[in-house]
Write a protein that binds this ligand. Structure first.
Ligand code: AMP
Length: 281
């Protein structure tokens, strides 16, 4: 495994791979890697000749009052996880390498980015789409792997790749959870032991939704109320949204018919957590 930090070094490595006609699977991340990230890398390992991972806490996807400075970082641990997962090339740039002075070009997907997390985090997806486009241009992957954990991000990237004809296959990967159901996230490290327990209301509320749908309930308002009530049992929880949307267009639905993405965002204390589940009516 080679680790590169400079754009020029990454380009040189990719050129060698392309010269040998090898396929590239790419896994972009912000590091502080856990088994969710690792599952993406392992999937990429199975499906490609060469696996490239990036570890970059992207400053332009954080709002001014968000946790860019506090975001957890551990390069040594991350390198070990990448190695175990069989990555060939790891790209770990500095922010100044990705955004040199004078950088002023951005990629924006409209519509899809204005709902769910986009409503509470203006500019977030513009930052994500810009960095992912730049990374795609550097890595030139055949396939890129994204987690269903960030369902909106996955839908936005799919749309961007389609609209701009980037010619990259986007592979969505299932959410990896802790044994008790909490979706793995680098931000879980912010939680105190008590908050960690309370954070279970996210996955539990999604299980409630799934169970109601299985028992034939189709009315979104009813299911939403049950979920909100459950989330309210956690004393440090403040609800941002519980939304029912089409998994591709992210347009709201009023009845459970076909596949529906149930997405939740909740703050537990100061930590903003998201989770989701696709239910089928
Ligand atoms: P992040 O480092 O949080 O930006 O995540 C990098 C990639 O890993 C994104 O495609 C995420 O959706 C994915 N990811 C994060 N957490 C999980 C998880 N628990 N299960 C599956 N994929 C995940």
């Amino acid at each position: 495994m080679v680790t590169v930090r400079k754009l020029e070094d990454l380009k040189r490595e990719i050129k060698k791979v392309k010269a040998n006609n090898l396929s590239i699977g790419f896994v972009p991340t912000m590091g502080y890697l856990h088994d969710g990230h690792k599952s993406l890398m392992e999937r990429a390992r199975k499906e490609n000749d060469v696996v490239v991972a990036s570890i970059f806490v992207n400053p332009i996807q954080f709002g001014p009052n968000e946790d860019y400075e506090e975001y957890p970082r551990d390069e040594e641990h991350d390198a070990k996880v990448c190695m175990e997962a069989g990555c060939d090339i790891v790209f770990m740039p500095q922010a100044s390498e990705m955004y040199p002075d004078g950088f002023c070009t951005y990629v924006e997907v409209s519509g899809l980015t204005e709902v769910l997390c986009g409503a509470a985090r203006p500019g977030h997806f513009k930052g994500v789409c810009t960095v992912v486009t730049k990374l795609f241009n550097l890595v030139r992957p055949d396939k890129a792997y994204f987690g269903q954990k960030d369902a909106q991000q996955l839908a936005v990237i799919r749309k961007m790749v389609s609209d701009l004809a980037l010619g990259i296959e986007i592979v969505g990967c299932p959410i990896v959870r802790e044994a008790d159901g909490l979706a793995m996230s680098s931000r879980n490290s912010y939680l105190s032991a008590d908050e960690r327990q309370q954070a279970l209301v996210l996955s539990q509320s999604l299980n409630i939704a799934e169970k109601l749908v299985r028992h034939g309930v189709r009315d979104v308002t009813y299911i939403r109320n049950e979920m909100v009530n459950h989330i309210g049992t956690a004393k440090s929880a403040s609800l941002e949204y519980v939304d029912f949307v089409d998994p591709n267009s992210l347009m709201p639905v009023e009845k459970i018919e076909g596949e529906v993405l149930v997405a939740v965002a909740v703050k537990i204390g100061k930590t903003r957590l998201i989770d989701n589940k696709v239910v089928t009516g």
